[in-house]
Ligand binder design. Sequence first.
Ligand SMILES: [Zn+2]
Length: 421
Amino acid sequence: MNTVAYRAKWIATAITEPFENGLLLVRNGVVERCEPFVRSIAIEADRLIDLGDCVIMPKPINAHTHLDLSDFTTPFGRGLTLPEWIPQVVAARKKNDSDDSSKSSKNAKLPIIPPLLRGVMETEVAQTCAVADCTQSEADAVTLQQSNLGGWTMRELIAPDRSRFDAVIQQATDFLSSELACSPSLSFPSTHRCPMRRGLAPHATYTVPQLFLEKLMSVATRSPMLLAMHLAESPLEEEFLKNQTGPFRQLLESLGISDFSGFAQNTHFIDLLGVLSRAWRVLVIHGNFLTEVDLAFLSEHREQMAVVHCPQSFSHFGYTGPLVSRLRRAGVRVVLGTEGRGSAASLDLWDEMRTLLHRESSLSFAEVLRMATYDAAVAMGVETYCGAILPGRAIETIMVRNFANNQSGPLVPKASEIESY
Ligand SMILES: [Zn+2]
């Protein structure tokens, strides 16, 4: 038996208030006790390591990201509306793809790191232990499953016109039934590590009609899985759902879509939330403009549905106000994500926590840490693996050592101020 006792100035478990002078007892890499320091317990361990003036806390979980957009070095289009911003992403994506292929043809010896892999590397450097990624291809899903990250790779599905419905349902079915989707060696690298499982991400209110979502449920409810959908991100979505008019209509037409018969008039967010609620776990991405009726529904379904707030992206689009406090007051489970590098300066959850605390000063460090860890784990159905410092959790998925703290309590550190276990 190999037991190590760690002593630290603070321990922030994510499910309790941070406590001072903490003891973490680890046996063979798995947490056995986490409590205020008691010398008689600590000296029974094979080793006692005093970490000194630091904080031990769980690694964060990124509940929404698009890692394939990680070739953008800076966010762009600040202040644009969402339907103005999307064509810029599409154009920038095409430009980066052609730049990469011309670079690789000029010098075959210089490998180009695929954007998704860059995103995985940036995520791992920021000490994030699990993600819920909106994934574009089978190849990207396999890369994610071969990484050290746990969580979900969710195939992004876009089917605005009826002619695509069957093909996109098939795409979802193929993605879930891929041999690699359930390979024990890829999905479960060890008993205690969080697996990277497969789910689905019907993209957004303006690219996925309710009719398609209904059909998708026959696939999405065959097994316990995570679903994620962008919903109420922009104030312009309501007009599109109601009448299929406005800037989102123009955006889709500019992308060659002419058949809008799949969208029913007078659709509201609550109609889509009702369909989504049939899935095992659901992430409502952004939810910036949800109504009180929507919030009441999400509160009622908080054990299986959560809103993912992305603080840096929220600011990027010029939104303001205490959104997270409003959602939490209504009883909604709120978790945190980074979106992608098109609207966020980093893929670092610590940056997101700091941005949120700066904007909503009524929130505490402990509340924000919980959103980025334990609540995210519950929302993604991975709470048995990570998200809190609790007996039974593997130390590698839950523990970071943070040197940024003060005498009255822990602060959100920069990634460079953290040491991982
Ligand atoms: Zn997104």
